[in-house]
Design a binder for this molecule. Structure first.
Ligand code: ATP
Ligand code: MG
Length: 396
């Protein structure tokens, strides 16, 4: 730890989090942050004036680790480490001169902004900024002040109990706090797209519940492990995810034995949606979430999606629908799921894949094929075998 008392300041978007909901959102943010803080030591976490404070309680706290975790909390728009000074000019200058230089390394120009949340503080903000600026200039004559386009932006914030001094604030994860926008059931495969879809809806404040379909023994235990690993990676953003697992083995065998091959995938997807809806209702989810992207594969044409959606009355959120594969891959890399996703394990969708899947299916024909199996009984049987695994943030 540095010789200065450092804290992390997280700013949340005042504009999004306003009105009657504000205190609810603040409570959600605090809770999310506390969950993450556990693995980095003992922190005091509280909010005041649109800022979430993360204050180490002892020397053993891992501030860098905490900062990294806080970067993944939705609803935070700006984030920075800051040094704490006593609320007097002398101490503010002492801390500014001692604490800021490493953050200004290699920078040529800077500006200082001061803010007095505590109006009883005797020095006005512009004057305080001037004092700090002058102190930094005298300590490092190579620096210049540039008010319009500075390389480095210093902030001094005089708040209720202390003054906080920091250099450039970085962007937070953005979005809305988890659980501020209901709960959704993510159909989670081992592929690249569905974890990204989960991340994107989580970013909009949706609490994620997951459902995975397996087809043991056609799919392996290792394939399931991979999906649980993906869910754990998503926990960096969602904190905790219940993964419900349903076996489609018998359904797939029935489809293989009784239906025309060209319709396998479509029929299977109708089973998936029906089971997903049942799961969503049981776990109080308001929508289903999939990683589908228009035209990516035969089952993702406009017509095929129509046939799939006909099997459920619930809203189906498809945040990747208009994205190219490359764009999805970029997000997968950034959020840390890509490497796991590309591990080559089979998915139930690749079991008994038709050679010529229908890309422009007609609903009546699909329903005629569906009538060849006992749809409801198969759904009940699969539902009866469901089990749940809870994935959590990884310990460090
Ligand atoms: P992904 O990369 O997400 O697997 P994909 O491009 O491979 O997508 P499909 O296999 O057609 O496309 O699956 C489309 C969507 O259906 C997935 O994004 C996912 O939401 C859902 N899905 C597919 N397979 C499964 C599965 N085994 N369990 C749960 N959901 C699945
Ligand atoms: Mg897939």
């Amino acid at each position: 730890m540095s010789e200065f008392h450092e804290v992390i300041l997280c700013k949340y978007g005042e504009l999004v989090l306003k009105g009657a909901n504000l205190s609810y959102f603040e409570a959600l943010l605090e809770k999310e942050m506390r969950e993450r803080a556990k693995r980095h030591g003992h922190f005091h976490i509280y909010h005041s004036q649109s800022t979430l404070y993360i204050v180490p309680k002892d020397e053993d706290c891992d501030l860098d680790g905490m900062l990294d975790s806080a970067r993944r909390v939705f609803g935070i728009v700006g984030i920075t480490r800051a040094a704490v000074a006593d609320k007097n000019l002398e101490d503010i200058l002492r801390v500014a001169k001692g604490y800021l230089p490493p953050f200004m390394d290699g920078k040529k120009t800077f500006r200082v902004d001061a803010k007095r949340a505590d109006k009883t503080f005797p020095i006005a903000s512009p004057e305080l900024a001037g004092e700090v600026g002058a102190a930094l200039l005298s300590a490092n004559p190579r620096l210049r002040v540039d008010l319009h386009n500075p390389d480095c932006r210093i902030r001094v914030e005089v708040r209720e109990t202390a003054a906080y001094i920091h250099a450039d604030q970085e962007k937070g994860a953005g979005g809305m706090p988890i659980r501020s926008n209901g709960r959704g059931l993510l159909l989670l495969s081992g592929g690249i797209d569905s974890p990204v879809a989960g991340y994107m809806m989580a970013k909009r404040g949706v609490e994620i519940e997951a459902l995975h379909f397996e087809s043991f023994p056609y799919t392996s235990e290792r394939a399931r492990e991979k999906v649980l690993e993906l869910a754990t990676e998503l926990c960096e953003y969602c904190t905790k995810i219940h993964v419900h697992v349903i076996s489609l083995t018998h359904i797939q065998e029935e489809l293989r034995d009784k239906c025309e091959e060209d319709y396998f995938t479509l029929l299977l997807r109708r089973f998936m949606m029906t089971l997903a809806e049942r799961c969503a209702k049981a776990y109080k989810c308001g929508a289903l979430i999939t990683g589908e992207s228009l035209g990516q594969v035969a089952s993702q044409t406009m017509e095929a999606i129509g046939v799939t959606d006909d099997a459920t009355g619930m809203p189906v959120l498809r945040p990747c629908i208009g994205m190219d594969k490359e764009e999805i891959v970029q997000i997968a890399r950034r959020i840390g799921t890509f490497e796991t996703s590309i591990q080559p394990y089979e998915d139930c969708c690749t079991v008994f894949t038709p050679r010529h899947p229908r890309t422009r299916p007609v609903l009546e024909k699909v329903l005629a094929q569906q009538a060849k199996v006992d749809f409801d009984a198969l759904v009940d049987e699969a539902w009866g075998g469901m089990y749940t695994v809870t994935c959590r943030l990884k310990e460090y």
